[in-house]
Design a protein around this ligand. Structure first.
Ligand code: TGC
Ligand code: FAD
Length: 386
């Protein structure tokens, strides 16, 4: 019997350092996070005091350079996302939003003052960031956002709201994208600024070990120094999404691996009709298909990691990986769920938690349709978004 689910020894494609990072994050996540995550999911919450531990491991802003960030390869960052999401998508989400969205935005588009003010504390997990792009009426089409930032002397006045914002209620800094007279611009908004409010979104059935919020800005006054100086238009936020989508396409491999692992162990242990479930041909067919799909997803992630590390990755390739790997993970989770019968619907097993989480993962950071249209545009040269 295989003792590892790495059927084609993909691990051998990584450097010693990348493998060591994977093992460290896996051990940490299994020991420090996995034992509690079902309760967090049940309660619909995640404790913020896990952030310093993630910071100590170097996982926050992991592939960014300087300002206390670890500066690893993109592949190593992907492997870390894989190990976190093997436990729960909410954990990878916390790390993605912090590092790939909020910290990346400040690192790439902020001023030196923004970087000095926020990045070292965020890398250490002492300050949390969130990223406000989506609005109630502007999701897949963020260019239609209605939040405005208007100049008032040297200041900016922010009005509007953002919806579905991960970490919104626990953030010290919100990266907010708003319409201005010069197009969409980004702002670093300290969340203790008068006029800022965050309301938790409750009754979620997915990504429950994660905090999601609506943000409102009511005549929120910001100094001139709050704006990201260079970038105008959607390419500002979309450049950040490329980073987070990249982490997700790795994370999905972790969630899928956990589902296969549990389905395999369960069907080996449970007997019906006088035999372990794993001894039936129909079960083995499912296991074989899941293993092949998992391996293909891991190879896709690995190649995209190499492309990113050699600065050749394109947004369309990231779309390919996000769409393909999240779809694969959902298929694996749904099949695995059925293989556990009734036991599969409880929080005593990980699969249905993963399956429910992956519904969110398929939606945020661009739905399947958005990524299909991105790939379609690359293939045909014709944009069919509108
Ligand atoms: P379009 O006209 O195509 O482009 C506007 C400008 O943006 C540039 N651009 C990009 N730049 C960098 N990276 C990309 N991926 C880019 N895609 C486009 C483009 O070159 C252009 O630049 P310029 O200089 O000419 O102005 O824009 P569009 O309005 O047609 O929309 C394109 C579309 C649909 C692909 C885009 O809007 C999109 O991706 N929609 C999906 C929205 C989305 O993914 N939202 C995610 C919100 S954040 C989130 O979900 C966090 S959850 C995280 C967690 O908890 O883990
Ligand atoms: P819509 O855009 O209304 O789409 C609804 C459906 O219509 C989808 O199936 C979509 O694919 C389809 N559709 C839309 N346009 C087209 C088209 N042109 N052709 C064909 N089909 C189309 N956002 C942030 O900014 N920051 C965050 O931190 C964040 N965290 C999130 C956390 C969670 C738990 C969730 C669920 C969402 C989060 N989001 C966040 C928002 C997320 O990015 C959006 O939900 C996502 O972009 C989709 O937007 P929407 O929900 O408005 O769906």
């Amino acid at each position: 019997m295989m003792t590892s689910l790495d059927f084609l020894d993909i691990d051998s494609l990584y450097s010693d350092e990348e493998r060591a990072i994977g093992e460290t994050v896996r051990d940490y996540a299994r020991a420090e996070l996995a034992p509690y995550v079902a309760d967090w999911y049940d309660q619909g919450s995640i404790p913020t005091d896990i952030a310093p531990g993630l910071g100590k491991l170097g996982l926050l802003g992991m592939h960014l350079e300087g300002y206390g960030c670890a500066g690893t390869t993109a592949t190593a960052y992907g492997i870390a996302c894989r190990e976190l999401e093997a436990v729960d998508s909410g954990l990878r989400s916390l790390v993605s939003v912090q590092g790939s969205l909020a910290m990346f935005a400040i690192h790439r588009w902020g001023t030196e003052e923004h970087r000095q003010e926020w990045l070292p504390r965020m890398a250490a997990g002492e300050a949390i960031g969130c990223f406000g792009l989506t609005e109630a009426d502007a999701g897949s089409d963020p260019g239609s956002m209605r939040t405005t930032a208007k100049r008032d002397g040297n200041d900016w006045i922010l009005n509007g709201s953002k919806m579905w914002i991960t970490n919104g209620t626990i953030a010290q800094v919100a990266v907010v994208w708003a319409q201005t007279d010069e197009g969409i611009r980004g702002f670093a908004v300290p969340t203790d600024t008068p006029g800022f409010a965050a309301h938790e979104i409750k009754r979620k059935l997915s990504l429950r070990a994660s905090l999601t919020a609506e943000l409102t800005f009511d005549n929120l006054r910001l100094p001139a120094s709050a704006v990201f100086p260079e970038v105008r238009g959607l390419k500002g936020p979309l450049s950040c999404l490329n980073e987070a989508r990249y982490g997700i396409l790795w994370g999905a491999v972790g969630a899928a691996r956990s589902c296969l692992d549990e389905a395999l162990n369960y069907t080996l242990a449970r007997t019906q009709f006088g035999k372990p479930l794993a001894a039936f041909q129909l079960t083995q067919r499912k296991l074989a298909d899941m293993s092949i799909a998992l391996t293909n997803a891991a190879l896709t992630a690995t190649q995209l990691g190499r492309l990113k590390d050699s600065h050749r990755i394109t947004p369309e390739q990231v779309s390919h990986g996000k769409l393909a790997n999240v779809r694969t993970a959902l298929d694996i989770a749904r099949t695995a769920r059925g293989m556990l019968g009734a036991a599969g619907i409880t929080l005593d097993h990980t699969i249905m938690r993963h399956m429910n989480n992956l519904e969110t993962v398929a939606t945020y950071e661009g739905t399947e349709e958005m990524h299909a249209l991105s790939i379609g545009r690359a293939l045909t040269g014709i944009a069919a978004f509108r």
